[in-house]
Design a protein around this ligand. Structure first.
Ligand SMILES: [Zn+2]
Length: 440
Protein backbone atom coordinates (compact mmCIF):
# COMPACT_ATOMS: atom_id res chain seq x y z
CA UNK A 1 0.00 0.00 0.00
CA UNK A 2 2.70 2.43 1.06
CA UNK A 3 4.36 2.00 -2.32
CA UNK A 4 1.37 3.69 -3.95
CA UNK A 5 1.05 6.55 -1.53
CA UNK A 6 4.48 8.04 -2.14
CA UNK A 7 4.17 8.53 -5.90
CA UNK A 8 0.71 9.98 -5.46
CA UNK A 9 2.06 12.50 -2.95
CA UNK A 10 4.87 13.47 -5.31
CA UNK A 11 2.46 13.91 -8.15
CA UNK A 12 0.20 16.02 -6.00
CA UNK A 13 3.01 18.26 -4.79
CA UNK A 14 4.72 18.69 -8.11
CA UNK A 15 1.50 19.81 -9.77
CA UNK A 16 0.96 22.25 -6.91
CA UNK A 17 4.42 23.71 -7.44
CA UNK A 18 3.73 24.04 -11.15
CA UNK A 19 0.50 25.88 -10.46
CA UNK A 20 2.27 28.31 -8.17
CA UNK A 21 5.09 28.99 -10.63
CA UNK A 22 3.15 29.25 -13.86
CA UNK A 23 -0.54 29.25 -13.03
CA UNK A 24 -2.40 32.23 -14.38
CA UNK A 25 -3.79 33.14 -10.97
CA UNK A 26 -0.44 34.36 -9.67
CA UNK A 27 0.92 36.21 -12.70
CA UNK A 28 1.17 39.94 -12.03
CA UNK A 29 -1.55 42.23 -13.26
CA UNK A 30 -0.82 45.46 -15.12
CA UNK A 31 -3.43 48.00 -16.10
CA UNK A 32 -2.81 50.63 -18.78
CA UNK A 33 -5.07 53.66 -18.86
CA UNK A 34 -5.19 54.76 -22.50
CA UNK A 35 -6.35 58.29 -23.34
CA UNK A 36 -6.86 57.14 -26.92
CA UNK A 37 -6.58 53.56 -28.15
CA UNK A 38 -5.83 52.53 -31.73
CA UNK A 39 -6.15 48.77 -31.35
CA UNK A 40 -4.66 47.77 -34.73
CA UNK A 41 -7.85 46.27 -36.14
CA UNK A 42 -10.78 48.66 -35.52
CA UNK A 43 -11.36 51.40 -38.07
CA UNK A 44 -11.66 54.13 -35.48
CA UNK A 45 -9.81 55.07 -32.32
CA UNK A 46 -11.55 54.77 -28.93
CA UNK A 47 -11.10 57.15 -26.04
CA UNK A 48 -10.57 56.47 -22.33
CA UNK A 49 -9.90 52.76 -22.45
CA UNK A 50 -8.47 50.47 -19.81
CA UNK A 51 -6.21 47.60 -20.92
CA UNK A 52 -5.74 44.80 -18.41
CA UNK A 53 -2.70 42.58 -18.80
CA UNK A 54 -1.98 39.39 -16.89
CA UNK A 55 1.67 38.45 -17.18
CA UNK A 56 2.43 38.89 -20.87
CA UNK A 57 -1.11 38.56 -22.25
CA UNK A 58 -3.87 41.15 -22.70
CA UNK A 59 -6.94 39.82 -20.89
CA UNK A 60 -9.38 42.71 -21.13
CA UNK A 61 -9.99 46.01 -22.91
CA UNK A 62 -12.87 48.10 -21.57
CA UNK A 63 -14.24 51.63 -21.31
CA UNK A 64 -12.75 53.48 -18.34
CA UNK A 65 -16.26 54.23 -17.07
CA UNK A 66 -17.11 50.54 -16.66
CA UNK A 67 -13.68 49.02 -16.01
CA UNK A 68 -12.76 47.81 -12.55
CA UNK A 69 -9.09 48.12 -11.69
CA UNK A 70 -8.13 44.99 -9.73
CA UNK A 71 -6.50 45.43 -6.34
CA UNK A 72 -2.74 45.04 -6.47
CA UNK A 73 -2.45 45.81 -10.17
CA UNK A 74 0.37 48.03 -11.42
CA UNK A 75 -1.30 50.99 -13.08
CA UNK A 76 0.41 52.75 -16.00
CA UNK A 77 -1.22 56.07 -16.73
CA UNK A 78 -1.16 56.83 -20.45
CA UNK A 79 -4.37 58.86 -20.26
CA UNK A 80 -2.63 61.78 -21.99
CA UNK A 81 -1.30 59.61 -24.84
CA UNK A 82 -2.35 57.53 -27.83
CA UNK A 83 -1.79 53.82 -27.25
CA UNK A 84 -1.18 51.36 -30.10
CA UNK A 85 -0.08 47.75 -30.52
CA UNK A 86 3.68 47.21 -30.73
CA UNK A 87 4.72 48.02 -34.29
CA UNK A 88 5.97 45.43 -36.78
CA UNK A 89 8.65 46.05 -39.41
CA UNK A 90 8.40 43.18 -41.88
CA UNK A 91 11.65 43.96 -43.68
CA UNK A 92 14.78 44.75 -41.67
CA UNK A 93 18.50 43.97 -41.80
CA UNK A 94 20.05 44.10 -38.34
CA UNK A 95 23.38 43.02 -39.88
CA UNK A 96 23.53 46.07 -42.17
CA UNK A 97 24.31 49.60 -41.03
CA UNK A 98 23.44 51.80 -44.01
CA UNK A 99 26.95 51.41 -45.37
CA UNK A 100 28.31 54.50 -47.08
CA UNK A 101 30.92 54.05 -49.83
CA UNK A 102 33.36 56.42 -48.11
CA UNK A 103 33.53 54.00 -45.18
CA UNK A 104 34.10 50.94 -47.33
CA UNK A 105 30.47 50.38 -48.32
CA UNK A 106 28.98 46.92 -48.33
CA UNK A 107 32.13 45.00 -49.21
CA UNK A 108 34.09 45.90 -46.09
CA UNK A 109 31.43 44.20 -43.98
CA UNK A 110 32.27 40.85 -45.52
CA UNK A 111 35.97 41.34 -46.17
CA UNK A 112 37.35 43.08 -43.11
CA UNK A 113 34.93 42.92 -40.20
CA UNK A 114 35.00 39.97 -37.81
CA UNK A 115 31.57 38.38 -37.38
CA UNK A 116 31.73 39.29 -33.69
CA UNK A 117 31.95 42.99 -34.63
CA UNK A 118 28.96 42.65 -36.92
CA UNK A 119 27.03 40.75 -34.22
CA UNK A 120 27.77 43.51 -31.71
CA UNK A 121 26.38 46.08 -34.13
CA UNK A 122 23.36 43.87 -34.84
CA UNK A 123 22.72 43.80 -31.09
CA UNK A 124 22.60 47.61 -31.10
CA UNK A 125 20.32 47.57 -34.16
CA UNK A 126 17.89 45.20 -32.43
CA UNK A 127 17.77 47.53 -29.44
CA UNK A 128 17.16 50.49 -31.77
CA UNK A 129 14.13 48.75 -33.26
CA UNK A 130 12.63 48.20 -29.82
CA UNK A 131 13.37 51.77 -28.67
CA UNK A 132 11.40 53.06 -31.64
CA UNK A 133 8.38 50.92 -30.77
CA UNK A 134 9.00 48.06 -33.18
CA UNK A 135 8.34 45.07 -30.95
CA UNK A 136 8.45 42.60 -33.85
CA UNK A 137 10.70 42.44 -36.90
CA UNK A 138 10.99 40.07 -39.83
CA UNK A 139 14.70 40.28 -40.50
CA UNK A 140 15.38 39.65 -44.17
CA UNK A 141 18.83 38.03 -44.16
CA UNK A 142 22.23 38.58 -42.59
CA UNK A 143 24.23 39.73 -45.64
CA UNK A 144 27.13 37.36 -45.29
CA UNK A 145 26.90 36.98 -41.51
CA UNK A 146 25.66 33.39 -41.84
CA UNK A 147 23.26 32.31 -39.13
CA UNK A 148 24.06 35.30 -36.93
CA UNK A 149 20.40 36.32 -36.76
CA UNK A 150 19.52 33.03 -35.06
CA UNK A 151 22.00 33.81 -32.27
CA UNK A 152 20.70 37.36 -31.81
CA UNK A 153 17.14 36.04 -31.70
CA UNK A 154 18.17 33.47 -29.11
CA UNK A 155 19.87 36.13 -26.96
CA UNK A 156 16.72 38.30 -27.09
CA UNK A 157 14.40 35.42 -26.27
CA UNK A 158 16.54 34.34 -23.33
CA UNK A 159 16.68 37.89 -21.98
CA UNK A 160 20.41 38.58 -22.41
CA UNK A 161 19.86 41.58 -24.67
CA UNK A 162 16.84 43.80 -25.36
CA UNK A 163 15.23 43.50 -28.76
CA UNK A 164 12.05 42.80 -30.67
CA UNK A 165 10.45 39.46 -31.39
CA UNK A 166 12.40 38.23 -34.39
CA UNK A 167 11.39 36.25 -37.42
CA UNK A 168 14.72 35.29 -38.95
CA UNK A 169 15.53 34.34 -42.53
CA UNK A 170 19.25 33.50 -42.12
CA UNK A 171 21.41 33.53 -45.28
CA UNK A 172 18.99 34.16 -48.19
CA UNK A 173 19.36 32.57 -51.63
CA UNK A 174 20.40 33.81 -55.08
CA UNK A 175 22.22 32.44 -58.12
CA UNK A 176 25.71 32.73 -59.57
CA UNK A 177 25.96 36.30 -60.83
CA UNK A 178 23.02 37.27 -58.65
CA UNK A 179 24.54 38.94 -55.59
CA UNK A 180 27.58 40.83 -54.25
CA UNK A 181 30.46 40.64 -53.61
CA UNK A 182 31.21 41.37 -57.25
CA UNK A 183 33.83 43.00 -59.42
CA UNK A 184 36.88 41.23 -58.04
CA UNK A 185 39.49 39.44 -60.15
CA UNK A 186 38.15 36.04 -61.27
CA UNK A 187 41.19 34.40 -59.66
CA UNK A 188 40.14 35.61 -56.22
CA UNK A 189 37.37 33.85 -54.41
CA UNK A 190 35.33 36.36 -52.39
CA UNK A 191 32.46 35.71 -49.98
CA UNK A 192 28.88 36.35 -51.10
CA UNK A 193 26.14 38.13 -49.16
CA UNK A 194 23.80 35.17 -49.74
CA UNK A 195 23.89 31.41 -50.30
CA UNK A 196 24.45 30.85 -54.03
CA UNK A 197 22.56 28.03 -55.76
CA UNK A 198 22.30 26.85 -59.35
CA UNK A 199 19.62 24.33 -60.24
CA UNK A 200 16.58 23.02 -58.36
CA UNK A 201 18.58 20.41 -56.43
CA UNK A 202 20.94 22.97 -54.94
CA UNK A 203 18.00 25.32 -54.35
CA UNK A 204 16.11 22.73 -52.32
CA UNK A 205 19.25 21.77 -50.39
CA UNK A 206 19.93 25.41 -49.47
CA UNK A 207 16.35 25.83 -48.26
CA UNK A 208 16.64 22.63 -46.20
CA UNK A 209 19.91 23.79 -44.64
CA UNK A 210 18.49 27.17 -43.72
CA UNK A 211 15.28 25.69 -42.34
CA UNK A 212 17.32 23.10 -40.43
CA UNK A 213 19.30 25.90 -38.78
CA UNK A 214 16.19 27.76 -37.69
CA UNK A 215 15.03 30.01 -40.54
CA UNK A 216 11.48 31.22 -39.87
CA UNK A 217 11.27 32.53 -43.44
CA UNK A 218 13.26 31.87 -46.59
CA UNK A 219 14.44 34.97 -48.43
CA UNK A 220 15.10 34.70 -52.16
CA UNK A 221 16.49 37.31 -54.55
CA UNK A 222 14.50 37.01 -57.78
CA UNK A 223 16.09 40.09 -59.35
CA UNK A 224 19.50 41.69 -59.01
CA UNK A 225 20.62 45.24 -59.80
CA UNK A 226 18.68 47.68 -61.93
CA UNK A 227 19.40 50.13 -64.69
CA UNK A 228 17.69 52.23 -67.35
CA UNK A 229 17.08 50.22 -70.55
CA UNK A 230 17.38 51.48 -74.13
CA UNK A 231 13.76 52.65 -74.22
CA UNK A 232 14.08 54.54 -70.94
CA UNK A 233 12.47 51.77 -68.95
CA UNK A 234 13.69 50.39 -65.61
CA UNK A 235 15.28 46.96 -66.10
CA UNK A 236 16.30 44.42 -63.49
CA UNK A 237 18.27 41.25 -64.07
CA UNK A 238 16.37 38.02 -63.26
CA UNK A 239 18.12 35.42 -61.11
CA UNK A 240 16.41 32.14 -60.13
CA UNK A 241 14.38 30.16 -62.66
CA UNK A 242 10.80 29.20 -61.87
CA UNK A 243 11.98 25.61 -61.32
CA UNK A 244 14.60 26.70 -58.80
CA UNK A 245 12.12 28.88 -56.93
CA UNK A 246 9.44 26.18 -56.93
CA UNK A 247 11.84 23.76 -55.24
CA UNK A 248 12.43 26.30 -52.47
CA UNK A 249 8.76 27.21 -52.06
CA UNK A 250 7.75 23.54 -52.03
CA UNK A 251 10.32 22.78 -49.35
CA UNK A 252 9.49 25.82 -47.18
CA UNK A 253 5.75 25.20 -47.38
CA UNK A 254 6.30 21.61 -46.37
CA UNK A 255 7.92 22.90 -43.18
CA UNK A 256 5.01 25.30 -42.65
CA UNK A 257 7.22 28.27 -43.48
CA UNK A 258 6.96 30.99 -46.11
CA UNK A 259 9.10 32.52 -48.82
CA UNK A 260 9.84 36.22 -49.25
CA UNK A 261 11.05 37.30 -52.68
CA UNK A 262 13.06 40.39 -53.43
CA UNK A 263 11.72 41.37 -56.86
CA UNK A 264 11.85 44.68 -58.71
CA UNK A 265 9.91 43.80 -61.88
CA UNK A 266 10.08 42.26 -65.33
CA UNK A 267 11.06 38.62 -65.89
CA UNK A 268 12.20 38.12 -62.29
CA UNK A 269 8.91 39.44 -60.90
CA UNK A 270 6.94 37.13 -63.18
CA UNK A 271 9.03 34.13 -62.09
CA UNK A 272 8.53 35.13 -58.44
CA UNK A 273 4.76 35.06 -58.88
CA UNK A 274 4.70 31.92 -61.05
CA UNK A 275 6.98 30.17 -58.55
CA UNK A 276 4.60 30.87 -55.68
CA UNK A 277 6.31 33.49 -53.52
CA UNK A 278 4.35 34.42 -50.42
CA UNK A 279 5.55 38.02 -50.25
CA UNK A 280 7.01 40.33 -52.86
CA UNK A 281 9.65 42.62 -51.36
CA UNK A 282 9.92 46.11 -52.92
CA UNK A 283 7.80 45.37 -56.03
CA UNK A 284 8.90 48.45 -57.94
CA UNK A 285 7.24 47.53 -61.25
CA UNK A 286 3.93 45.70 -61.07
CA UNK A 287 1.84 45.26 -64.21
CA UNK A 288 -1.95 45.08 -64.00
CA UNK A 289 -1.79 41.37 -64.84
CA UNK A 290 0.73 40.80 -62.04
CA UNK A 291 -1.45 42.68 -59.56
CA UNK A 292 -4.36 40.44 -60.62
CA UNK A 293 -2.13 37.39 -60.10
CA UNK A 294 -1.16 38.61 -56.61
CA UNK A 295 -4.83 38.99 -55.72
CA UNK A 296 -5.60 35.48 -57.02
CA UNK A 297 -2.69 33.90 -55.17
CA UNK A 298 -3.01 35.98 -51.99
CA UNK A 299 0.53 37.32 -52.38
CA UNK A 300 1.65 40.03 -49.98
CA UNK A 301 3.44 43.21 -50.98
CA UNK A 302 6.07 44.65 -48.63
CA UNK A 303 6.89 47.83 -50.53
CA UNK A 304 9.73 49.48 -48.51
CA UNK A 305 9.02 52.90 -50.04
CA UNK A 306 11.19 55.23 -47.99
CA UNK A 307 14.58 53.74 -48.81
CA UNK A 308 14.09 54.54 -52.51
CA UNK A 309 14.01 58.23 -51.64
CA UNK A 310 17.34 58.18 -49.79
CA UNK A 311 20.82 58.64 -51.24
CA UNK A 312 19.98 59.52 -54.84
CA UNK A 313 23.03 59.92 -57.11
CA UNK A 314 23.23 63.25 -59.05
CA UNK A 315 20.41 63.68 -61.59
CA UNK A 316 22.74 63.90 -64.60
CA UNK A 317 24.35 60.48 -63.98
CA UNK A 318 23.04 57.05 -65.11
CA UNK A 319 22.71 55.97 -61.49
CA UNK A 320 20.91 59.20 -60.62
CA UNK A 321 18.42 58.69 -63.45
CA UNK A 322 17.87 55.11 -62.32
CA UNK A 323 17.32 56.21 -58.70
CA UNK A 324 14.60 58.67 -59.78
CA UNK A 325 13.00 56.14 -62.12
CA UNK A 326 12.89 53.57 -59.32
CA UNK A 327 10.98 55.96 -57.04
CA UNK A 328 8.51 57.00 -59.76
CA UNK A 329 7.81 53.40 -60.89
CA UNK A 330 7.41 52.37 -57.27
CA UNK A 331 4.87 55.10 -56.65
CA UNK A 332 2.76 54.02 -59.64
CA UNK A 333 2.88 50.34 -58.63
CA UNK A 334 2.10 51.06 -54.98
CA UNK A 335 -0.91 53.21 -55.86
CA UNK A 336 -2.26 50.55 -58.27
CA UNK A 337 -1.72 47.71 -55.79
CA UNK A 338 -3.41 49.69 -53.01
CA UNK A 339 -6.40 50.54 -55.19
CA UNK A 340 -6.74 46.91 -56.31
CA UNK A 341 -6.74 45.61 -52.73
CA UNK A 342 -3.39 43.79 -52.69
CA UNK A 343 -2.42 42.83 -49.13
CA UNK A 344 0.26 45.32 -48.03
CA UNK A 345 2.49 45.00 -44.96
CA UNK A 346 4.80 47.65 -43.54
CA UNK A 347 8.50 47.09 -44.19
CA UNK A 348 11.40 49.48 -44.43
CA UNK A 349 14.69 47.77 -45.39
CA UNK A 350 16.27 49.56 -42.41
CA UNK A 351 19.92 48.60 -42.28
CA UNK A 352 19.91 49.54 -45.95
CA UNK A 353 19.69 53.02 -44.40
CA UNK A 354 21.33 53.67 -41.02
CA UNK A 355 19.72 52.42 -37.83
CA UNK A 356 20.18 55.93 -36.44
CA UNK A 357 17.45 57.16 -38.86
CA UNK A 358 13.78 56.82 -37.84
CA UNK A 359 12.20 53.56 -39.00
CA UNK A 360 8.80 55.26 -38.87
CA UNK A 361 9.77 57.48 -41.83
CA UNK A 362 7.95 54.83 -43.88
CA UNK A 363 4.55 55.92 -42.48
CA UNK A 364 4.40 59.37 -44.15
CA UNK A 365 5.58 57.82 -47.43
CA UNK A 366 2.67 55.36 -47.35
CA UNK A 367 0.26 58.18 -46.59
CA UNK A 368 1.67 60.46 -49.31
CA UNK A 369 1.11 57.64 -51.81
CA UNK A 370 -2.53 57.10 -50.94
CA UNK A 371 -2.98 55.20 -47.69
CA UNK A 372 -4.97 56.71 -44.84
CA UNK A 373 -2.97 57.00 -41.61
CA UNK A 374 -5.11 54.17 -40.19
CA UNK A 375 -4.30 51.94 -43.17
CA UNK A 376 -0.60 52.65 -42.70
CA UNK A 377 -0.84 51.82 -38.98
CA UNK A 378 -2.72 48.61 -39.73
CA UNK A 379 -0.04 47.68 -42.28
CA UNK A 380 2.47 47.87 -39.40
CA UNK A 381 0.24 46.07 -36.90
CA UNK A 382 -2.59 43.64 -37.69
CA UNK A 383 -1.77 43.28 -41.40
CA UNK A 384 1.90 42.53 -40.74
CA UNK A 385 0.82 40.05 -38.06
CA UNK A 386 -1.32 38.31 -40.67
CA UNK A 387 1.70 38.10 -43.00
CA UNK A 388 3.58 36.45 -40.12
CA UNK A 389 0.68 34.04 -39.39
CA UNK A 390 0.26 35.61 -35.94
CA UNK A 391 -3.11 37.33 -36.38
CA UNK A 392 -4.74 37.89 -32.98
CA UNK A 393 -1.45 37.41 -31.13
CA UNK A 394 0.60 40.30 -32.51
CA UNK A 395 -0.30 43.68 -33.98
CA UNK A 396 -3.51 44.05 -31.96
CA UNK A 397 -4.58 45.13 -28.49
CA UNK A 398 -7.38 42.72 -27.63
CA UNK A 399 -7.87 39.81 -25.24
CA UNK A 400 -5.52 36.94 -26.07
CA UNK A 401 -2.82 39.08 -27.70
CA UNK A 402 0.72 39.38 -26.40
CA UNK A 403 1.13 42.54 -24.34
CA UNK A 404 3.21 44.44 -26.90
CA UNK A 405 2.08 48.02 -26.40
CA UNK A 406 3.46 51.40 -27.46
CA UNK A 407 2.31 54.98 -26.96
CA UNK A 408 2.88 58.40 -28.48
CA UNK A 409 1.99 61.97 -27.53
CA UNK A 410 -0.62 63.40 -29.88
CA UNK A 411 -2.79 61.96 -32.63
CA UNK A 412 -1.02 59.88 -35.30
CA UNK A 413 -4.25 59.78 -37.31
CA UNK A 414 -3.93 63.55 -37.75
CA UNK A 415 -0.15 63.52 -38.19
CA UNK A 416 1.41 60.15 -38.88
CA UNK A 417 4.97 61.48 -38.38
CA UNK A 418 4.21 61.44 -34.64
CA UNK A 419 5.03 57.73 -34.82
CA UNK A 420 8.69 58.72 -35.12
CA UNK A 421 8.56 59.63 -31.42
CA UNK A 422 7.35 56.59 -29.55
CA UNK A 423 7.58 57.44 -25.85
CA UNK A 424 6.42 54.21 -24.26
CA UNK A 425 7.31 50.64 -25.17
CA UNK A 426 6.11 47.45 -23.52
CA UNK A 427 7.13 44.10 -24.98
CA UNK A 428 5.71 40.82 -23.72
CA UNK A 429 4.21 42.54 -20.68
CA UNK A 430 7.48 44.19 -19.62
CA UNK A 431 8.04 47.94 -19.85
CA UNK A 432 11.19 48.65 -21.84
CA UNK A 433 10.87 52.42 -22.12
CA UNK A 434 8.60 54.91 -20.43
CA UNK A 435 9.04 58.60 -21.12
CA UNK A 436 5.30 59.29 -20.98
CA UNK A 437 3.60 57.64 -18.08
CA UNK A 438 3.61 57.85 -14.33
CA UNK A 439 3.89 54.37 -12.84
CA UNK A 440 1.69 53.96 -9.76
ZN1 LIG B 1 16.25 44.17 -47.88
Amino acid sequence: MKRWIIPFTLLCCSSLVWAQADGPALKPLTVIKAGTLIDGVSNTARHDQVITIRGNIVVDVANASSAKIPAGATVIDLSQATVLPGLIDAHTHIFLQGEVPSEGGYDIQLLKYPQSFRAARATVAARRALEQGFTTIRDMETEGAGYGDIGIKMAIERGYIPGPRMFASTRAISTTGGYPLEGYAPEIEVPKGVQIIDGPVEARKAAREQLDHGADWIKVYMTHRSWIGKNGELVSQPTLTVEELRAIVDEAHGWGRKVACHAYGGIGMQRALDGGCDSIEHGLILTDAQIAQMLRQGTWLVPTLHIYYTDWSPADTPDGQRDRKRASEHETSFRKALAAGVKIAFGTDVGGFPWTDPIAAEFPRMVELGMTPMQAIEAATSRAAELLDRAGQLGVIAPGAYADVVAVKGDPLANVTILENVGFVMKDGKVFKNDLAEKK
